[in-house]
Design a protein around this ligand. Structure first.
Ligand code: ADP
Ligand code: MG
Length: 577
């Protein structure tokens, strides 16, 4: 390791020279209170900025062990320090100076969720932060003095203000860790109590807009109605920091959310979808938690499907009979929704979340009159309505369903919640009365059993990451798309993906999976579980040699969703055991 002065002298030596001379600053330098690592130097001022790390010893950083004593608190602390670093960059870094990305200092900044990330690591010895610096140049000529400003004035200030316990707001930090820990404890209680989800009283569910995930604020014509449980579904749970928390527990089984248009049905479901993640204090959903094995399902016409047994829902298609290993480049609304469900079940989903807004009608319902006109053996689709109870009985899979459009679901629901001007009411008994009074001559079409869920083994050659002369070309293109070799994986219908850094990780997880586990004897689920266990043990750094600072941890379900959307995917069926 070299002294910081060494970096200073290189910068003054290469000042004014061609950009390539920046390569000389690669290395580790000892600054007064931390080590600065220049891991990778960009090739020109327009390329992705250079990868830098700062490593402080805990002697300097001074975080008490309680702040990182368990996974929950450690992840929350790392998240907090990432945000704190970003805030200090905003205050102390001048930013753009010179051409291209010259002077920009950036860190992968989290949004409303608290996720495990690679932007920051805390343990008993050190605090490490990973970020990027656009090494400054005018045209292609090195601006050595400006680089010196960044490394010797700005970054030391940022580090001092954002990564030392002493300079942080103790109360605010503690709240961040406590709120995160409470969410984990709350979520952990769900399956033992046979709950699918829990929404605390007082939660704020609506968001500012479709592209702004912060809580809706009062004013400017907005009224915000905080969540209030119906008495019959209200329970009290206990968490370590907030103490007793009352709220609505949605039990396992089949829950229907009904109500008039614009009364808050989808907003409730959306909060439940996001309840698989923890949220920051002030988000409004800090005490909204959902089983971690919940998957949002929607229709997605146009997607590709590889060898999925969708016979539980769709059989006897005209001119093609192979729905036992359904393969298509261009699925319809109903076949895509069926495939989405079976694929989620294949990798361990135990709670389906479905909104009529994004479902194929002919997949969801088939009413009495239609049964009469189009007889069963001319209709390949068994509607979800006729399978939802079998799903629960045979596989223990619950469903929460937003359905304002068809009362046929009253027959199969264990519980009916009506959203009425954003206030939930338990209308289970009323729905049962209607069923008893009016009856129906609709015939059940679901058969005796739900049917088999496939286990597929993806073939290794499905995962070619090369493109042109590059052996590996994998990258996230925003939140909803991954470049994998020569293909684009379209994740626009994968609604529980919340961060582009998860998307980035998914691309590399698929590559890792393909190298280590594809093709062999393991089905998709087991192969992915192995990768996720590896990540549990060694962290997301197993995915890359670059000390990547911009990964966030995805769930196994979203990784599987990406694999399933690869147009190159080829599978073989698990041999029957
Ligand atoms: P639905 O699915 O029943 O048609 P939505 O959930 O889409 O209704 O909600 C309609 C509108 O009401 C949305 O703009 C949403 O942001 C707003 N909204 C939902 N819940 C609340 C609430 N508790 N307080 C204020 N506005 C809300
Ligand atoms: Mg809706």
């Amino acid at each position: 390791m070299r002294d910081a002065d060494h970096l200073r002298s290189i910068l003054s030596r290469i000042n004014g020279r061609g950009y390539k001379a920046y390569k000389d600053i690669r290395g580790i330098y000892r600054f007064r209170s931390y080590d600065l690592c220049v891991d990778h130097v960009q090739g020109d001022p327009y390329a992705a900025p250079s990868r830098i790390r700062v490593v402080l010893s805990q002697d300097r950083a001074g975080f008490p062990p309680e702040a990182y004593g368990n996974n929950s608190r450690r992840i929350a602390l790392e998240d907090y320090l990432t945000r704190s670093f970003a805030g200090a960059v905003h205050r102390y870094v001048t930013g753009r100076r010179g051409s291209g990305k010259s002077g920009a200092v950036t860190i992968d900044t989290p949004h409303q969720e608290i996720l495990e990330r690679t932007s920051c690591f805390v343990n008993a010895e050190t605090v490490e932060v990973r970020f990027r610096v656009g090494l400054p140049a005018a045209g292609r000529r090195i601006l050595g003095h400006e680089a010196e400003e960044i490394f010797f004035r700005e970054i030391p200030r940022v580090v001092d203000a954002s990564l030392r316990y002493e300079s942080l707001d103790e109360t605010d930090l503690k709240r961040h860790l406590d709120v995160n820990e409470d969410q984990d404890v709350l979520r952990d209680q769900l399956s033992g109590k046979r709950f699918a989800a829990f929404i605390a009283d007082g939660s704020v569910l609506p968001r500012r807009s479709g592209i702004d995930d912060r809580p809706l604020q009062r004013g400017q014509g907005n009224t915000v109605i905080p969540f209030a449980s119906p008495d019959s579904l209200r329970i009290t749970l206990h968490v370590p920091h907030a103490g007793s928390v009352s709220g609505m527990a949605i039990p396992e089984g089949i829950t229907l959310i009904v109500g008039g248009g614009f009364h808050g049905k989808s907003t409730l479901l959306r909060a439940i979808e996001r309840g698989v993640y923890n949220h920051v204090p002030g988000d409004g959903r800090e005490l909204v938690v959902t089983r971690p094995d919940a998957v949002k399902i929607r229709s997605e016409d146009g997607r590709s499907v590889a060898g999925v047994d969708i016979r539980p829902f769709i059989d006897n298609l005209p001119y093609r009979s192979d729905t036992g290993a359904f393969t298509t480049e261009n699925a319809s609304g109903s076949t895509s929704q069926a495939a989405n469900i079976v694929e989620a079940l294949e990798v361990g989903c135990r709670l389906l979340l479905i909104d009529e807004d994004t479902s194929a009608t002919n997949f969801m319902i088939r009413d009495e009159r239609m049964q009469e006109l189009v007889v069963k053996d001319r209709e390949p689709i068994t509607p979800f309505l006729d399978k939802v109870q079998l799903l629960h009985r045979d596989l223990g899979v619950s469903t929460i369903l937003v359905m304002g459009g068809s009362g046929d679901y009253f027959d199969v629901a264990d519980r009916v919640i009506m959203m009425d001007a954003y206030v939930p009411k338990d209308v289970t008994e009323k729905a049962a009365e209607i069923v008893a009074r009016d009856g129906t001559s609709r015939r059940e079409e679901g058969g005796e059993r739900f049917g088999e869920v496939t286990s597929r083994i993806p073939q290794r050659h499905s995962f070619d990451p090369s493109r042109g002369r590059r052996e590996v070309r994998i990258d996230a293109k925003g939140l909803k798309s991954i470049i994998f070799g020569t293909q684009d994986i379209d994740l626009s219908a994968v609604e529980q993906l919340v961060s582009a850094s998860q998307t980035r990780a998914i691309g590399d997880i698929i590559h890792y999976y393909a190298i280590h586990h594809a093709g062999g004897e393991y089905p998709l689920r087991e192969g992915l579980e192995r990768v996720m266990m590896q990540i549990d043990r060694q962290g997301l750094d197993v995915l890359s040699d670059l000390k990547e600072g911009a990964y966030a941890r995805p769930r196994l379900f979203e990784v599987a969703a990406a694999v399933n959307r690869m147009r190159s995917l080829r599978v073989r069926r698990m041999p029957d055991s």
